[in-house]
Design a protein around this ligand. Structure first.
Ligand code: FAD
Length: 205
């Protein structure tokens, strides 16, 4: 596998039964299988005039839209995320379900804030990739610490905002994952050296 960065695909061609991708920088790359992500397209047309819209429907931390008694939840909601203290938008089942619960309770008269640690775990190339909380693609100015070992096949990076643990990326055995989520959920300030949290031995209950 080769990662090509700082370049873009310009066109795809077929040559003698082989597929070739041509890049903006003039590279030609043979490939057997093509998959690509197109991102999310939010259908906001029906409510465009009624509520504040950015890429989706803007809400506060209680998932209330700018219109009285109207709530938004799931992929469409650009919700005020208490985890990062700014608006955010997610595209996962867990988030959609958790939003649904809070929006429904608030519609029924509760006064709950939405606060959750998003998580995503997948396996590939004989390894595990676990992502939790907030990462720099959502919030670029996060402080971070990391550790990795090619020999032992792991990589761990933790993200902090105002001395609070807000996110993590783990490649390899996700040891200590639950504890990291618990620390994120607690929103407590990290008093000890942040590097210590990289070692699963320091993450036992
Ligand atoms: C191919 C694919 C793979 C995915 N894999 C994963 C995964 O592995 N893990 C994961 O966590 N997430 C995954 N997701 C994302 C996940 O599916 C979404 O985050 C989740 O479904 C969002 O739920 P939702 O209720 O917000 O929106 P949706 O599930 O999109 O539901 C919105 C509903 O509203 C309906 N609707 C739209 N407009 C109108 C209208 N005007 N009137 C009435 N109804 C309307 C739509 O038909 C739809 O049924 C995947 C998504 C895709 C597309």
């Amino acid at each position: 596998m080769e990662f090509i960065t700082s370049d873009e695909v310009q066109k795809f061609t077929r040559n003698n039964g082989r597929f070739v991708a041509e890049t903006v920088n003039g590279r030609k790359v043979d490939f057997d299988l093509l998959t690509y992500g197109v991102g999310l397209d939010y259908y906001t047309e029906p409510v465009r005039k009624e509520v504040e819209i950015k890429s989706g429907i803007v809400t506060d931390a209680k998932l209330r839209t700018s219109a009285a008694d109207a709530y938004a939840a799931g992929d469409i909601a650009v919700f005020y995320d208490l985890m990062v203290e700014r608006h955010n938008q997610m595209g996962t089942w867990d988030n959609a379900e958790a939003h649904g619960r809070v929006a429904a309770r608030n519609m029924a008269g509760a006064d709950e804030d939405f606060f959750d640690v998003p998580t995503y775990t997948t396996t590939m190339f004989g390894s595990t990739l676990a992502v939790m909380g907030v990462t720099p693609d959502v919030q670029p100015d996060l402080e971070s610490v990391r550790t990795f070992s090619f020999e032992e096949k792991f990589y761990r990076k933790l993200f902090f905002k105002d001395d609070r643990l807000v996110g993590a990326i783990m490649i390899g055995p996700p040891k200590g994952r639950k504890k990291l989520i618990e620390i994120m959920r607690s929103r407590r300030k990290i008093e000890r050296p942040k590097q210590e949290l990289l070692d699963p031995a320091n993450l036992k209950d």
